[in-house]
Ligand binder design. Structure first.
Ligand code: PLP
Length: 225
């Protein structure tokens, strides 16, 4: 790891973190209430360690198997990191996900609630859970349909999942603000304090509308290969 790669990582991280902090203050919020998750999917350890050296602590992945391949060694070498699952989760990967991740952002259906509850009971580990909402009701998109949300939240609460908030990925290529605002309203309606929303293109808008967790890949790592 050369000085220049650490400097470049620090520069990108500072730019994103400063923008987040400024936006939070404009919105009358505390910068410390916005967690920046560096989405490191497809990135190799060589690209991740400079960001850790620059001070970043929360990272996100979208595939269990890829995360299992690179994170145990990084966690061992750098205690105090938190690892977030932001991709679609198969029920048959629930046990591995509960073992590896500190936060799960993509709880989206009853069968997964059941698999996660079982895995948590067996392992004694209880990662915080966000319920992913298909906020634009898009056919191919992961997430619970808005109309099914009350029932899914009731199931998750009955199964004693540690529910903390809602997560969304709004439709591409349209203004995200209305979708972020709707997710915020749904979270308030259901008494959930946290909102996982906003990516490289729209994290400022997300913070204006209450995001507590933004998921930023490209703006921290550069374009994915
Ligand atoms: C890849 C990904 C991100 C980060 O996207 P960027 O545009 O690279 O910032 C955020 N959230 C999810 C769910 C992702 O899959």
């Amino acid at each position: 790891m050369t000085v220049s790669t650490i400097d470049a990582a620090r520069e990108r991280l500072t730019l994103v973190r400063d923008t987040l902090d400024r936006t939070a203050l404009v919105a009358g919020r505390q910068p410390a209430d916005v967690t920046l998750i560096a989405i490191s999917k497809t990135q190799l350890a060589d690209a991740i360690t400079p960001l850790i050296a620059a001070g970043q602590r929360a990272f996100g992945e979208n595939r269990v198997q890829e995360a299992e391949g690179k994170w145990p060694a990084l966690q061992e070498a750098h205690p105090g990191l938190s690892l977030h699952m932001v991709g679609q989760l198969q029920s048959n990967k629930a046990e591995e996900a509960v073992a590896l991740f500190d936060v799960l952002h993509t709880v989206d259906r009853p069968s997964l609630v059941g698999a996660l509850a079982k895995a948590m009971d067996r392992s004694g580990r209880r990662p915080d859970c966000f319920v992913q909402v298909n906020i634009g009701n898009e056919a191919q998109k992961g997430g619970c349909p808005v109309t099914d949300l009350p029932a899914l939240l009731a199931e998750a609460r009955a199964a004693a999942l540690p529910l903390v908030g809602l997560m969304c990925v709004p439709p591409a290529d349209v203004e995200a603000a209305p979708y972020f605002a709707l997710l915020g309203k749904l979270a308030r309606d259901h008494g959930l304090p946290r909102l996982s929303m906003g990516m490289s293109q729209d994290y400022e808008t997300a913070v204006m509308l209450g995001a507590t967790h933004v998921r930023v890949g490209t703006a921290l790592f550069g374009a994915r290969g």
